[in-house]
Design a protein around this ligand. Structure first.
Ligand code: MIG
Length: 802
């Protein structure tokens, strides 16, 4: 051993990079152990029993600069022990054992049964090459990797190398990297046990997940500290919860943001926007949001309106609002370098723009031609930006769409030496620029409109962007491979802490066929962010642009989204609480099921716990290969009960995609509305699949205000259980801070082949002659093995079916 080590040390000393070297000293400080090694300092922070931060610097002290991603305040965790042995130190918590070898310094992490979870590469560990920092980890044979944010390719990232450098890539390929968002966080899974690593470094970074080698994987950055958090599972869900406890979680968006949204580059002038709104309402295609792309501005000057195209913004906005439309304008960061323009003047006077090191204000070329770039890393700039936005909100806009915030400039690259925050280079800020812009927007809206929930859509982002904004996957193409990408990328982003995601429905660039467009809307209706968008100069892509048949199918898909809004909203509430995605890879819910990790399984997903969605991703397919995990599944369309535990091929005619409800599943639905808040829902219907016992917790509130934070919300628990003789279904309102206005429940129980009686709170209900029953009562649909029960709402009730 000693021989090997001294050999290693001499070999590595000859290489042009440096490792950490041997540990020279250590001391325990509150929540951390500080080590000094030959070539670096290493602080190990114990965040909790299953979360440890490893922080290395080759400098003489650690940086004082705050993290852009991490918002959790340093804890006071002290529940660990440190033991020193001859060759190593051991830090133990209730869940983990970290072994720190002394010479050379290497980390190995074990679970409490001494099973190795993650180890540094024997020879390389942490290395420095001038400013560059890297960490090499042993690659295990059966290890798979997930996450890394907005990445193309398969969900499993093993065997590939990725770069984190926010980039504008119109019409990207299905292998393209990097794209607009950087999330330096991944999940390692082996033997169905998981851990996560979050590398908190905003410089250009790299993740080699075993590309072109089978010895190690590594991550590293051009500069900064080698600062990473190790998050132990073994549940993948716990890793994501821990990661989002660190970097923050989505706030509950306004309910309307879960509706359908229509965009195009660009809808103008005003008459076109009015006609668009009119079409939706006349054709009875539900829609909540209309986007205004760059042509609404006066010469691409942010915070202005083109006077000819939109002569009276306040009026059209209030007219659209009256029709139930929320309007979201695009806001790019570049401020036109025009002496006569108030935003440029204010920005220059306030010193809000990024500069060269010699003090000259930087100008980059983008839509408005030469433009200044707000330095969103400064609180003063963020505050000023917030004021500009609030003037817009006062005119009647409901949210903001941040584009080009990589930041993108013609010619691709902002010079590296441009400075932010009084001396921090673009190298460090680039990847967090979009995050900071979204923060400026979010904080500004919070400050000026404390009673409203902000809605922000961003293209660029970093770890933590979920705190402020929804993300869409940029300039995709109207092609089958991009339809597949939309399905897979959104899942990967969900695993990376970003739950509110979607892709341009129909494809941004190019013209989809009728079938491709239909399939895309059918997928989009089940992605968290649901917006149709199109580049300039393409054929029309509104739901009615493809003929009557397509319009009917698309209306059905969008209408189903609206019928499912109570479900979506409750799932969003849970995502906001737990950090878990709404749209989930199969293995996130079925971690022990090997089939759920297969290549094909990434083309279907779960929404929450109960709904399995199997989008058709082949333009010409009328069937879909689906994996149903063990247990029984209810075909949402036919009511047929299916045995799971295997792959099946499902018929998927062009008017629908396969949907299944898990056994014990309860899915809340409502009548279609043309927009959120169009009418008060008098009825809540529930699809109940009582083959196994189950529970669903329905979250409701006013959908727009922040009152829910002070308890103005409602939680209603629905439970179902069978005991051989009878089936019991209970309603219990667990939190009553908000009173939904509904009058009755319409419950549809499936998989019931015979019944003798249905009781409500012990009193027999009348059998009705039709479905749905006109008055409280039940209808037995013998053909579909279903019983439909209508009962008045009450805070608690019990239905027994015998
Ligand atoms: O250089 O604003 O991704 O959604 O329509 C293109 C025009 C700028 C890119 C966005 C796209 C948007 C377009 N923008």
């Amino acid at each position: 051993m000693t021989v090997l080590c001294s050999f290693l040390i001499s070999v590595l000393a000859a290489a042009d990079f440096q490792t950490v070297g041997a540990i020279k000293s250590h001391r325990v400080q509150d929540d951390r152990v500080e080590f000094a090694a030959e070539n670096a300092l290493l602080n190990i922070y114990l965040i909790s029993s299953d979360m440890v931060r490893f922080r290395y610097t080759q400098r003489s002290e650690f940086s004082e600069a705050p993290s852009y991603a991490v918002v959790a305040s340093p804890g006071s965790f002290r529940d660990f022990t440190l033991v020193e042995e001859e060759q190593y130190f051991e830090i133990r918590t209730a869940d983990l054992m970290v072994r720190i070898r002394k010479n050379p310094c290497r980390i190995a992490i074990y679970d409490r049964n001494s099973r190795a979870i993650n180890e540094d590469d024997e020879s390389f560990g942490v290395c420095f090459d001038c400013d560059e920092v890297r960490c090499f980890k042993k690659l295990l044979d059966d290890e798979q990797f997930y996450g890394l944010g907005e990445k193309t390719g398969a969900l499993d990232k093993r065997g590939n190398q990725y770069t984190m450098w926010n980039s504008d890539k119109p019409g990207y390929s299905d292998r393209e990297d990097p794209l607009y968002v950087s999330v330096p966080f991944f999940i390692g899974v082996r033997e169905h046990k998981a851990y996560g690593i979050f590398f908190d470094n905003s410089y250009r970074s790299c993740f080699n997940m075993g590309a072109s080698n089978r010895r190690f994987y590594w991550f590293g950055a051009d500069k900064g500290e080698l600062d990473y958090y190790f998050l132990y599972g073994p549940q993948i869900q716990d890793v994501i919860s821990s990661y989002t406890a660190l970097t923050g979680r989505m706030e509950l968006p306004p309910l309307w943001a879960l509706g359908y949204q229509q965009s195009k580059w660009s809808y103008y002038p005003e008459s076109t926007v009015r006609a668009l709104a009119q079409e939706f309402r006349e054709r009875k295609i539900p829609c909540d949001v209309i986007y205004l792309d760059i042509h609404y501005m006066d010469g691409y000057r942010v915070f202005t309106w083109d006077k000819e195209r939109f002569p009276d913004p306040g009026r059209i906005l209030s007219d659209l609002n009256a029709q139930g439309f929320k309007v979201v304008p695009i806001i790019d960061p570049g401020v036109k370098a025009d002496d006569g323009y108030f935003v440029a003047q204010e920005g220059l006077a306030g010193g809000y723009f990024a500069r060269y090191p010699d003090g000259e204000v930087y100008q980059g070329e983008v839509w408005p031609s030469w433009a200044y770039f707000p330095d969103f890393s400064r609180p003063e700039t963020r505050e000023w930006w917030g004021e500009k936005l609030s003037a817009f909100v006062n005119q009647g806009v409901s949210g903001f769409w941040n584009d080009m915030n990589e930041p993108a400039v013609w010619g691709q690259a902002v010079p590296d030496i441009v400075e932010f925050c009084g001396g921090v280079s673009h190298k460090k800020i680039h990847n967090v620029y979009g995050l900071l812009m979204a923060q400026a927007t979010f904080d500004g809206l919070r400050r000026h409109f404390p009673q409203r929930r902000p809605f922000i859509l961003t293209r660029a982002g970093f770890a933590g962007t979920q705190r402020y904004a929804a993300v869409w996957t940029g300039d995709n193409i109207a092609r089958e491979d991009h339809l597949r990408l939309a399905c897979v990328m959104c899942q990967g982003m969900g695993l990376s802490g970003l739950p509110f995601v979607g892709a341009d429905v129909g494809g941004f660039i190019g013209n989809p066929s009728q079938r491709l467009y239909t399939r895309w809307v059918q997928l989009g209706a089940f992605t968290p962010f649901f917006r149709g968008h199109s580049a300039t100069g393409q054929q029309d892509k509104e739901p009615w642009a493809f003929g009557e048949e397509v319009e009917r199918r698309v209306r059905d898909a969008i209408s189903l989204r609206y019928r499912l809004l109570p479900f979506w909203y409750a799932e969003f509430y849970r995502a906001a609480q737990t950090g878990l995605p709404v749209m989930r890879p199969m293995f996130l819910n079925y971690q022990q099921d090997e089939n759920c990790y297969s290549r094909d399984a990434q083309f279907q997903f779960m929404l929450g716990e109960d709904l399995l969605v199997a989008p058709v991703l082949g333009e010409h397919d009328d069937f879909k290969k689906v994996y149903l995990p063990g247990g029984k599944w209810l075909d949402f369309w036919t009511g047929e009960v299916r045995e799971g535990g295997h792959w099946t091929v499902e018929e998927a005619p062009i008017d629908r995609i396969p949907l299944f409800v898990k056994e014990g599943g309860i899915i809340p639905m409502q009548e279609v509305a043309q927009f959120v808040g169009e009418k008060t829902a008098r009825e809540l219907s529930l699809v109940v699949f009582p083959t196994a016992s189950g529970r669903y917790s329905l979250y409701e509130d006013d959908g727009v205000s922040c009152d829910y934070r002070s308890g103005v919300y409602s939680l209603t628990d629905f439970t179902v259980a069978q005991d051989g003789q009878s089936l019991s279904f209970k309603v219990e309102r667990r939190h009553q801070g908000y009173q939904p206005q509904r009058e009755h429940y319409l419950l549809k129980f499936f998989d019931i082949s015979a019944l003798s009686e249905v009781q409500l709170d012990g009193v027999p209900l009348a059998a009705a002659a039709e479905e749905p029953p006109a008055a409280p009562g039940y209808f037995f649909d013998a053909r579909h093995h279903a019983v439909v029960v209508k009962v008045p709402c009450a805070d608690t009730l019990e239905i027994i079916i015998k």
